[in-house]
Write a protein that binds this ligand. Structure first.
Ligand code: CAA
Length: 255
């Protein structure tokens, strides 16, 4: 792992992007490593949630501009660098971003691709690509338009100015804002709470919520219903309902 440092805190895998000298600029190799690490965490049963974090000054300052500065359109088309990003959305387990400092361009897109975001007070979110004569390529226009609506998305994307953690919170991009020095711990704590929940139910809920962003209400309701029925095939649903009836704490096994 050249660009990441990884450790487990109980059932929570903590993946830290550690290219601090370049403010965690997301070069191709780094993104490949990150996606592989997320997929590995997804495949390991003892891992129940994942925290993705960066450094104190930057979560990630965007795609690596040095890697793109001389690229032609054909280079970029052949490189197809955002294909790897699609795999982030294929991760089934909860992924929590713990963001301190700059989350710009691809860094903001990475935070938005995570399921939940805990922001340190220093966090700055933005899509400054326009100032490079570019635009977001890793989902920024799509996430912001879906989540903030057209007008606020266009303002952020056209002006390229960053917003604070509190502003991101008010816009619904962030779950909570905490002091910087407790940011990773708060994300891990949230991951541990999720780790106590039935994993198959978490997975089905994630599937239904992402589908809601991308489908008609009728199709979304149908999908939700089918996932709801599917959970009746799990031992955890039996256990959860029985524990309620027996007035005891449930013990979920992920089956
Ligand atoms: N790519 C490559 N290198 C980067 C980088 C990036 N996105 N962001 C920072 N760096 C490098 C700097 O070049 C610098 O390297 P050197 O020390 O070798 O000069 C080092 O990281 C420290 O950065 P600064 O000296 O610039 O630090 P600062 O505190 O003065 O400024 C900053 C911080 C405002 C975040 C500034 O670094 C900046 O504006 N970075 C670029 C942000 C950006 O435009 N991101 C979008 C990239 S395009 C994209 O992401 C496309 C997409 O959709 C995926």
């Amino acid at each position: 792992m050249a660009y990441l440092s990884i450790h487990d805190d109980g059932p929570v895998r903590v993946i830290r992007i550690a290219r601090d000298e370049r403010l965690n600029a997301l070069n191709l190799a780094l993104v490949d490593e990150l996606v592989a690490a997320l997929e590995a965490a997804d495949a390991e049963p003892q891992v129940r949630a994942v925290v993705v974090t960066g450094g104190e000054k930057a979560f990630a300052a965007g795609a690596d501009i040095a890697e793109m500065a001389d690229a032609t359109a054909v280079d970029m088309k052949l490189r197809d660098q955002f294909r790897a990003w699609d795999r982030i959305l294929g991760v089934h387990k909860p992924v929590i971003a713990a963001v301190r400092g700059f989350a710009l361009g691809g860094g903001c897109e990475l935070a938005m691709a995570c399921d939940l975001v805990i922001a340190g007070e220093s966090a700055k979110f933005g899509q400054p690509e326009v100032k490079l004569g570019l635009m977001p390529g890793a989902g920024g226009t799509q996430w912001l338009a879906r989540r903030l609506g057209k007008a606020r998305a266009l303002e952020l994307l056209w002006l390229g100015e960053p917003i604070t953690a509190q502003e991101a919170m008010a816009l619904g991009l962030v779950n909570r804002v905490v002091p910087d020095d407790t940011c990773v711990a708060a994300a891990v704590e949230l991951g541990k709470r999720l780790a106590e929940m039935p994993p198959v139910a978490l997975r089905c809920i994630k599937e239904a919520v992402y589908q809601a962003m991308d489908t008609t209400l009728a199709d979304g309701l149908e999908a939700e219903r089918n996932l709801f029925y599917l959970l009746f095939a799990t031992e955890d649903a039996r256990e959860g309902m029985r524990a309620f009836m027996e007035r005891r704490k449930p013990s979920f096994r992920g089956r």
